[in-house]
Write a protein that binds this ligand. Sequence first.
Ligand SMILES: *Cc1c(COP(=O)(O)O)cnc(C)c1O
Length: 378
Amino acid sequence: MITFNKPYLTGNETEYIKQAVLNLKISGDGLFTKKCHQFFESKYNFKKVLLTTSCTDALEMAAILLDIKPGDEVIAPSYTFVSTVNAFVLRGAEIVFVDSDKRNPNLDIDKIEALITTKTKVIVPVHYAGIACDMDKLMALANKHNLFVVEDAAQAIDSFYKGKPLGSIGHLAAFSFHETKNIISGEGGMLVINSDELVSRAEIIREKGTNRSAFFRGEVDKYGWVDIGSSFLPSDIIAAFLFSQIENLDDIQKKRLSIWHNYYNGLKTLETQNKVALPVIPDFASNNAHMFYLVCNSLKERTELIAHLKNEGIHAVFHYLSLNKSPYYLSSLNNAPAENLENSDRYTDTLIRLPLYYELSTEDQSKVISSILSFYSK
Ligand SMILES: *Cc1c(COP(=O)(O)O)cnc(C)c1O
């Protein structure tokens, strides 16, 4: 069986975990956490980085940090992972879903302005497959209406918009190191804070509502309860694993990109013949090879393709069901009829993801490509 994903161990994970354990500073913000923070801040020009236990937690921190309250509205794509919006729902916000773009699953920026009301507080763009949303356009819109922007950059490590790192453009950004992402720590994530005025409160929210971080730096002589918060920081053991991954980031990216381009070149003829659509990467966006996907012509075709690949021992998957049609969203609105978001629904029915991981061999990848070509030649 060619699996859909295989977590890649770069080699030093267990050694660094051992060092973290022997350091006897195995709770949060130990040596490896500091090394990870320094790495991300210097490599990507992020103002401030805080490791969290997941991207979901980083998004929840963002919602607390922006004082989201019942009655506030948050604009987000419908074609995304639940955490993008659930983090804001937990604070009582109403989610206003926007459709995806016609060319790729990122939100359609031209459809946002019509959804903005006096209650709107935040826009949450998701850089789907690590491909940038048009951030100049989005930030201009947010500034015009005085809104915050939280980038869901879960899939977007080491990816760029007009040369600027994704995660460095919005007021806040959330990344994931879940084992399905490019660099991993099992579960893990980070919050990026790009606004100076949000930095000190972010540290407090992450440390159970206390000013313990300032205390450890010697800035205050005692620490106490100063705000709401929770325990969002990971153990240094998790950071030790992640540090081994980031030391190998360039190698991982190079390998993933070469696999991505093999798929693109191997399947291009299908697009020329109008049989499937391949990923669209706008000129302003880089490619971090987080994902390779195809867009089929119908749900029936996708279902048959997945079954065909399974028969050949290949595990391909689909994901994301338009959130505006989810059982929870509909029940929370007393069964208001779901709006059709044309492109979100189309990706829900027709997008298929192919195996893409560091150790995918050339032979296995050729088999995936030829199986897809044979399906479409029938
Ligand atoms: C993976 C992912 C998340 C959640 O990340 P976790 O670290 O598992 O919490 C959120 N949003 C998007 C778009 C994702 O792909």
